[in-house]
Design a protein around this ligand. Structure first.
Ligand code: C2E
Ligand code: MG
Ligand code: MG
Length: 540
């Protein structure tokens, strides 16, 4: 059959609103279709212009990575990009072999896509939501997906050793590349300093191809970095419901964050489910027994008032074995309805510790899960505890953690008010870590906002974080809520949070969590020597 150009155009427009071609220099050499939406003057005005003019700045690194990863005969996309003018579109690219390095592109306008998707990666919870939505949509369209676990060992160290601007440019490029590799350009998340996860159409290619393309991005000022990307794929096939798959993926991500890629990702979804269910049941049994038999201890970390340098109170953190972080077990306890009993047992233990110093000035903050706070039985128990002879009201505080979204905010608010009436102060933990933070601050009776450590630790790196922290401090001030920065590790970060107007600070700079409430060792310099407990009696 002869290659009739007219017919080919018809076929191309069956799935695109506009078609254009980019030459080897990155300029538009051809444009046809609904191009008036891209530039006034349409097709003719576009010829000779750099492709970058078409796409919003935030999405250019992604488009660049998309084009850079094209081999002869290769097709990539679609990814959703914000257009430089208005709106958003799905962009796919194809490189015809022996076509002089020219790239053929198809754009389909996407009126419902959020114009200007953020140039950063969604957080983990956002990613999990995205996996679920994609799986649900995929069930209808029969599209299968996989999750790629990507590790770039040594990346954060390498970025840290670069001049700030160069490091920031590398991060932008890498973020763009990860987005370009992911479903719709939005299915990538950062799991830790050097670890990422991507949702992708299943079977696109072997993991080595992905790793090689990402490795190519790892250069600064034209020189390659001593960092290599490795990738593992977890296919999401099978009949399991999207909810169940997401649950299994959560466990896989937990394992990956903890152990990295070297342990070998599971080969199939049923293996994931089997492994995680077996492991979960084992651990759940052990965890349930540990909670029931009170086989845990509390460690205490000081929180200082920045103005005076005096300890304000101590946060109690649970430990099951050694000094290991309890976080994975806490997550599991939340999933498996064990958290309320644990939170209750922790409060009882903290109350006993306070009772040892009845009349003293020790104050302890305990973590309570967002899942527990809506339970009437839990609140009744705490209120009873506070009525007991050794008066601990005024010495006990609660940090509401949001690792589990609070499903009934009005109920949580009623419970928090009942506790506050008894003199218990309420801190909203991990502020900014989850999508629900602002809503919680707006709708709950809160005394203190604790800014998530990820923003605080990165204060030394960039203006973006410090703007964020400064504005949060300002907002807290306006709302007459105190602010607390966690994970303050260095004097520089302490200075930055103090300058931002934050009231309280916590972190390794003042002390690791320890068996007994221990005030920070005095540091040289202008800061007043820390006392075990300051003159500050209340938050407000
Ligand atoms: P969180 O409440 O945000 O606790 C702060 C975490 O940061 C603690 O981890 C602490 O050891 C760590 N940390 C403190 N200072 C620094 C620092 O300067 N740098 C860094 N990198 N980390 C620092 P931990 O003890 O592993 O606890 C993890 C999470 O587990 C807690 O986060 C909290 O959400 C949860 N958790 C801990 N104990 C309990 C508990 O008794 N009940 C409940 N529901 N959750 C708990
Ligand atoms: Mg906490
Ligand atoms: Mg926290």
């Amino acid at each position: 059959m002869p290659l009739d150009p007219h017919r080919l155009l018809g076929l191309a427009f069956a799935s695109a609103d506009a078609l254009f071609e980019i030459d080897a220099e990155g300029r538009l050499s051809f444009a046809v279709g609904a191009t008036a939406a891209l530039a006034p003057g349409g097709e003719t005005a576009l010829i000779g212009r750099p492709w970058r003019d078409l796409i919003a700045e935030a999405d250019r690194p992604m488009a660049e990575a998309l084009f850079a990863g094209l081999g002869d005969g290769g097709r990539r996309g679609p990814v959703t990009v914000a257009l430089a003018g208005q709106g958003a579109a799905q962009l796919s690219a194809f490189r015809l072999p022996q076509n002089g390095g020219r790239t053929s592109c198809a754009l389909t306008f996407a009126p419902h896509a959020a114009a200007g998707p953020p140039a950063s990666l969604p957080d983990r919870r956002g990613f999990e939501d995205l996996v679920k939505t994609a799986l649900e949509a995929g069930q209808a369209s029969r599209q299968d997906f996989e999750v790629a676990l990507v590790e770039m060992a040594g990346l954060s160290q390498a970025v840290g050793s670069l001049p700030a601007e160069v490091g920031a440019a590398l991060s932008r490029r890498l973020t763009g590349a990860l987005r370009a590799e992911s479903h719709g350009g939005a299915g990538a998340t950062k799991l830790g300093e050097d670890r990422f996860a991507l949702l992708r159409p299943k079977g696109a290619e072997a993991p080595e191809g992905l790793a090689a393309r990402l490795s190519q991005m790892l250069s600064a000022d034209g020189r390659p970095l001593d960092v290599k990307a490795t990738a593992r794929l977890v296919p999401l096939e099978g009949e399991a419901s999207p909810t169940r798959v997401v649950r299994a993926i959560r466990m896989v991500l937990d394992d990956f964050i903890r152990d990295g890629a070297q342990l070998g990702a599971p080969q199939s979804l049923s293996e994931v489910l089997n492994q995680s269910i077996r492991r979960t049941l084992d651990k759940a049994g052990a965890l349930g027994a540990a909670v029931a038999q009170r086989r845990f201890r509390l460690v205490y970390q000081p929180v200082v008032e920045l103005k005076s340098g005096a300890v304000h109170h101590y946060e109690a953190l649970v430990r099951f074995t050694g000094d290991e972080s309890p976080f994975p077990l806490i997550r599991m306890a939340e999933e498996l309805d064990l958290i309320e009993e644990l939170d209750r047992a922790v409060i009882e233990q903290a109350a006993r510790r306070l009772a040892q110093e009845a009349g003293g000035d020790l104050k302890i903050a305990v973590n309570v899960s967002g899942r527990t706070i809506t339970s009437p039985a839990f609140i009744d128990g705490v209120l009873k505890l506070l009525d007991q002879p050794a008066p601990t009201a005024g010495q006990l505080m609660i940090e509401l953690t949001e690792s589990y979204a609070i499903d009934d905010l009005p109920q949580a608010d009623r419970h928090l008010r009942a506790l506050r009436d008894k003199g218990v102060q309420i801190c909203l933990d991990d502020f900014g870590a989850g999508a629900a933070s602002l809503d919680s601050l707006r709708r709950l009776a809160i005394d203190v906002v604790k800014i998530d450590g990820r923003y605080v630790r990165e204060l030394q790196h960039g203006a973006r974080e410090s703007t964020f922290v400064r504005h949060l401090a300002h907002m807290c001030n306006e709302l007459k809520v105190k602010s607390l920065a966690e994970m303050v590790e260095t004097p520089e970060v302490e200075d930055a949070v103090r300058r931002a107007g934050i009231d309280f600070a916590q972190g390794w700079l003042y002390g690791q969590p320890s068996e007994q409430p221990t005030p920070p060792a005095p540091r040289g310099g202008a800061r007043p020597a820390a006392r075990r407990q300051g003159a500050v009696e209340t938050w407000g």
